[in-house]
Design a binder for this molecule. Sequence first.
Ligand code: NAD
Ligand code: MG
Length: 390
Amino acid sequence: MRKISIFGATGSIGQNTLDLLRRDRAAYHVVALTGGQNIAQLAADAREFGAEIAVTAHEAQLPALREALAGSGVEAAAGAAALVEAASRPADWIMSAIVGAAGLAPGLKALEQGTTLALANKESLVCAGRLLMATAEAQGARILPVDSEHSAVFQALVGERLAEVERIIITASGGAFRDWPLADLANATLAQASSHPNWDMGQRITIDSASMFNKALEVIETREFFGVSPEQIEVLVHPQSLVHALVGFRDGALMSHLGAPDMRHAIGYALHWPDRKHLPVARLDLAAIGQLEFRAPEEARYPALRLAREVMARGGLAGAVFNGAKERALDHFIAGHLGFTAMAEVTEAALARIEAEPGLIDDAMTLENVTRIDDLARKAVDLLVAQRTG
Ligand code: NAD
Ligand code: MG
């Protein structure tokens, strides 16, 4: 039996992962499941799978979790340290599907144990890519991409040499507002930004898709994961979300991955890698689809893409600043303190402020320094938002 843990089990990726495990229950032993406020879901899944331990990120929820697990034999724990402890428990495969920089510490701990990490939590690669990749290498641990674009690139590279890759093209649906008049974007509401044309995902990544902050993170994720230079990475708007990525080789050939917009494709590939097993995803009927549509991303519509290029050019800990500022700007958008287009404005301003502080961005990439600069970025955004609204 394979020992499996799922970080962020109650979320969209976590639930899709459990759906795949459920179809072959006897093959898996669940070690740890983690969640946040949704204690009922976490406890129900932990009971169903006979998990060793269930962890909620929120210490105040520990009594509720204990009560929900009473008599089940499942251990209950809470808080950031408990998440890291759960990640240190022996497992064969860990799904990293917490949303945001909070996924970094448990993911890093899993790699330090030499555990294979299926990585949906792109934010950790953006914040600390070199640290994660170096830890994996030192421990002989594998990171398997779960983001659909990166899984697609990974699959297109099977049997190929990275040295022969000329470019990597990741596709973007263009999000909820791809066809809106630019002038209307500033007034886009939370409800409008929270609905994705093709994918059913958590709320935060859905809003990040509308602003293309998600694609900005994914460009940096591509650089960190595959080690290509920023100039080799392209973004292509593909409204249908059927072609997930393309890899261009030096002979001009393009290899692409097509599939229904269903995250169980990428989760299943990482779960069964290097094998392919049957997956319960829709099969594409290309004759019925008829045409595939592509266009270049408009710079003015998606300033986040430009910021990603600047962050990669700056290097150091700029990725952690970018991600922390973007996460906090999103918190303020969700809370109604900030307009849709203002998220990119305050993220850019926070980046400029922290980059102007001598030394900070060039500190060594350790978990402590990344955590500290992430916190500084969030505080810079709070200050900028207070100034705008004040
Ligand atoms: P979600 O919001 O549906 O779920 C997030 C999970 O993280 C939940 O279990 C939640 O309880 C937990 N969580 C939230 N804040 C936490 C914190 N501070 N500490 C610990 N746990 C916390 O998110 P999702 O859509 O499943 O996305 C998860 C990750 O996968 C993100 O990094 C996202 O970018 C990435 N991803 C998601 C999709 C998708 O289709 N949903 C696709 C590609 C990549
Ligand atoms: Mg993606």
